[in-house]
Design a protein around this ligand. Sequence first.
Ligand SMILES: [Zn+2]
Length: 286
Amino acid sequence: MRTRSSALAFLVSTLLSAGLTARQAPLKVFISVDMEGLAGVVANSDVSPTGPDYEHFRAIMAAETNAAVEGALAAGATEVLVRDSHGSKTNLLPAHVHPAARLLRGQSVGPKNMMEGIDKSFGAVVFVGYHAKAGTPNAILEHTSTGNVVDFSINGVSLPEAGYNAMVAGVYDVPVVFVAGDRAVVDQVRGLLGPIEGVAVKEEIGDASNGMSPTEAQEKIRKTVETAVRNRSKFKPYKIPGPYTMVLKVKQERPLFPGAQRAREGEFTFASPDLLEVLKAFNAMK
Ligand SMILES: [Zn+2]
């Protein structure tokens, strides 16, 4: 028989452990950071290690990354993984990244590439510094992957990097909740994924960039990532039903990936029920 005081003690301990569980509920946020969509970036030299202003924009990359990390933490993230997603993937210097985040830097051999490190344990994906796909009008430094790609589609859907990266997250049932970059990429990603949160830090005017100050961009990224991660249950993982057929159009042809077909000059197809296999073919021939 339970006495009154032991019943009370039981109630208190149940409430305490429930409160503890709520506070400690793990929430992992994955942040993929590119450079072309950072505040102020307009020229290739801004994002190339040999460019005169690369160090300046590298610092802005770290600051926008940290703004997103702070937003995620404010929304209750218990772990944050930052994936350096530009070029050699060694742009973010470890000491410049928020101490609460882990940093995944350097090239990886697998098909996940800009999404290396993503798995089912994550609750939300955030894109920072992203750019629109090759051929997008009114976009700043638009391209797809290497710059050799004219168009990349899966099952008839033409995809920017944000699109196929969202599909990789979708393999693990993780929704993309936020994108920062120019106006063109924010609109393009919303067209594919639906009304996710976003910050357009700049817009193109005749190949030039009209944009907000880096400080203003960071403030908006911090606040909007917080909102996006808090509301993550509103956003659905991005999934296209398989099997998958890609059509890859390139300027310069690369050697044929095993199982791929050359449809015509500069155009290749590859089909598989496994999305990551399709991305392997894409990475080999892009
Ligand atoms: Zn890039």
